[in-house]
Design a binder for this molecule. Structure first.
Ligand SMILES: Cc1cc2nc3c(=O)[nH]c(=O)nc-3n(C[C@H](O)[C@H](O)[C@H](O)COP(=O)(O)O)c2cc1C
Length: 200
């Protein structure tokens, strides 16, 4: 009987410890500032992205959530296949990046671009630069007096001159923020820090 009571006592202590641990985790999650997602801005904001394999897309969606912004995906009229992206071959993506005049066509458009004050622009790095389809996008609208905040994803390269190279495709009155390479596993806080420059 004594042995039985001892086992019951140990069992109760373990159950109590596990219970406390769970409560602590729950409180921690609830009070985690990373869960307080939004950044406030009175400026109408559009998150625009091109993403061939989903990395940039995920971050763009998170950015749109944080900013409570609209989101637009640049979709190629001729979608990129796996072969088109095989950059160790003479693939379509490489050929486009080698040709400064290449302007891959876009199948969808933003009907109310005039309504937006600021744009977050996400793209993957292709040979040190934004894919040419991003140039097509920038040349398709009037960005006068709008603000653009670029970000990129990559296999390892930094933003480099990929952001400043894009300035030539917009009006001189367009205000460009310096861009940043975002890591695939960026936390909510990383994203908030990056996007804070757009807050009022
Ligand atoms: C054609 C091509 C060229 C690339 N060039 C580079 C490069 O110069 N530097 C780099 O770090 N990653 C490079 N990458 C890798 C992509 O930038 C990286 O995988 C990116 O996160 C993909 O984003 P996405 O999934 O949104 O398309 C290249 C990928 C492709 C398909």
């Amino acid at each position: 009987m004594k042995r039985y009571l001892k086992i019951m006592f140990i069992f109760l202590c373990v159950a109590l410890l596990v219970g406390c641990q769970k409560t602590a985790n729950e409180i921690n999650t609830e009070s985690n500032p990373e869960n307080n997602q939004s950044i406030h801005t009175n400026k109408k904001t559009l998150v625009v992205y091109f993403s061939a394999t989903g990395t940039t897309k995920k971050l763009a969606q998170e950015a749109a959530n944080i900013l409570n912004a609209d989101i637009y995906e640049i979709i190629a009229s001729d979608p990129y296949t796996k072969e088109d992206l095989a950059y160790y071959t003479d693939c379509r993506a490489n050929q486009e990046q080698d040709d400064k005049s290449a302007r891959p066509q876009i199948s969808n458009k933003v009907d109310n671009m005039q309504d937006y004050d600021q744009i977050v622009l996400g793209y993957p790095i292709w040979h040190g630069h934004a894919p040419r389809i991003v140039h097509t996008f920038l040349e398709s609208y009037d960005f006068s007096n709008k603000t653009i905040l670029p970000f990129c994803t990559s296999g390892g390269s930094d933003m480099g001159t990929s952001d400043s190279y894009l300035h030539q495709f917009t009006a001189s009155s367009t205000s460009w923020h310096e861009g940043k390479r975002l890591l695939q596993d960026s936390s909510q806080q990383d994203l908030k820090d990056f996007l804070a420059i757009l807050s009022d």
